[in-house]
Design a protein around this ligand. Structure first.
Ligand code: OSB
Ligand code: MG
Length: 372
């Protein structure tokens, strides 16, 4: 394939429910959509799902736009490739910037899968026709408000709920949710908000008694040693998210036994090819994985569904229906979940159409890169 033209579209969608994590709160999200056009005029879309602020990773919408425009797209345009796994080699000199890379990589996979006539899931090695979705709930104003939200999601059929925690919002909400929902698959995600002071370690150890499926990213991303020490102390699996940007990070985490579950996020790992490689490595070591989300719009969400169809994704993924986040999504049909189960599309490529008219109306900035 030969990409001749590309554009970057900053799209803003309002969230149906305000989302608060240990670091920030959001009412709307802006993601950068990547449109690649090949010499025959075929189009492939990808999504850069970076948050606007550098609180989850060091990237932002602005840095992604800059890196994609100045380095990634110029590296791809005019270069012939046979398979999307070759595309990251074109920008191998660019260090880091995983979110920006992930969106361009995804567009290349979608372009190739559509051109070749295979579903994205099969192109990635997916084997499952359905994937199980879980929901991720932010920090709420009160325990009662959280219980209402959990009830709403359980009634919608989701079999797994993840709760964001932070110092001061941890044991009490978890105890309350566990008391009302004894059987629910429940896990917590701290986004690195805990330190190694003895009171914070005590709190994390106290979470061991609630039968959680995992405690996700309690400590700072590079602090693998603290994760390994906590994992030695508790029976609940520690899950790594922000700590794993590359397959090498995963090898290090496995060597240190720093976690017994891996959250594989396409965005954080720089693309679909790396996510598949991480899945394969985890499977070799018997580590269960699940696909994490970044509140993706439909394009990134559909790619997460495709990835989650690989056999090692044995835990529910963050691929809840578009409607949990957005009144109207930019793909048709939107991603839908039936009793917490999402059907993997069987059509070529993404398996959804991009709603270009709605996308245009929600676009706040557009940059063109290419030969014309
Ligand atoms: O840590 O998984 C996270 C959203 C933004 C930043 C970090 C995270 C999240 C989520 C989103 O939990 C879950 C989803 O997309 O459904
Ligand atoms: Mg997380």
């Amino acid at each position: 394939m030969l990409v001749t033209d590309a554009s970057l579209h900053v799209v803003r969608l309002p969230l149906v429910h305000r989302f608060q994590t240990s670091s920030h709160a959001k009412d709307y999200l802006e993601h950068v959509l990547v449109r690649l056009v090949d010499e025959s005029g075929a189009v492939g879309w990808g999504e850069i799902a970076s948050p606007s602020h550098p609180y989850y990773s060091s990237e932002t919408v602005d840095t992604c736009l800059l890196i994609a425009e100045r380095y990634l797209l110029p590296a791809v345009i005019g270069q012939r490739w046979e398979h999307p796994a070759q595309v990251p080699e074109l920008w191998s000199r660019v260090r880091g910037h995983q979110f920006a890379k992930a969106g361009v990589d995804m567009a290349a996979w979608v372009l190739w899968a559509e051109h070749t006539g295979v579903p994205l899931a099969s192109a990635l090695g997916g084997t499952r026709g359905e994937v199980v979705a879980g929901v991720s709930l932010g920090i709420e104003a009160s325990v009662d408000a959280l219980l209402d939200e959990v009830r709403r999601q359980v009634e919608a059929g989701y079999p797994r709920v993840k709760l964001k925690i932070a110092p001061g919002w941890d044991v009490e909400p978890v105890r309350a949710v566990r008391a009302e929902f004894g059987e629910l698959l429940l896990h917590v995600d701290a986004n690195g908000a805990y330190g190694e002071a003895s009171d914070e370690l005590r709190t994390l150890r106290a979470l061991d008694e609630f039968g959680l499926t995992m405690i996700e990213q309690p400590f700072a991303p590079r602090n693998l040693v603290a994760h390994a020490a906590l994992q030695r102390d508790i029976a609940t699996p520690v899950c790594l998210d922000e700590s794993i940007d590359t397959v090498d990070d995963l090898r290090t985490a496995i060597a240190l036994d720093a976690g017994r579950v891996v959250n594989i996020k396409v965005s954080r790992m720089g693309g679909l090819g790396t996510a598949v490689a991480a899945h394969d490595l985890a499977a070799e070591h018997g580590l269960p994985v699940w696909c994490g989300g970044m509140h993706e719009f439909g394009i990134g969400r559909a790619a997460n569904v495709a990835l989650s169809s690989l056999p090692g994704f044995t835990l529910p993924s963050d691929v809840s229906a578009s409607a949990k986040y957005y009144e109207r999504d930019i793909i048709r049909p939107p991603v839908v979940a039936d009793a917490g189960v999402v059907t993997v599309p069987t059509g070529a490529g993404l398996g959804h159409d991009v709603d270009v008219e709605y996308l245009a109306s929600a676009t706040i900035n557009r940059v063109t890169v290419g030969s014309q």
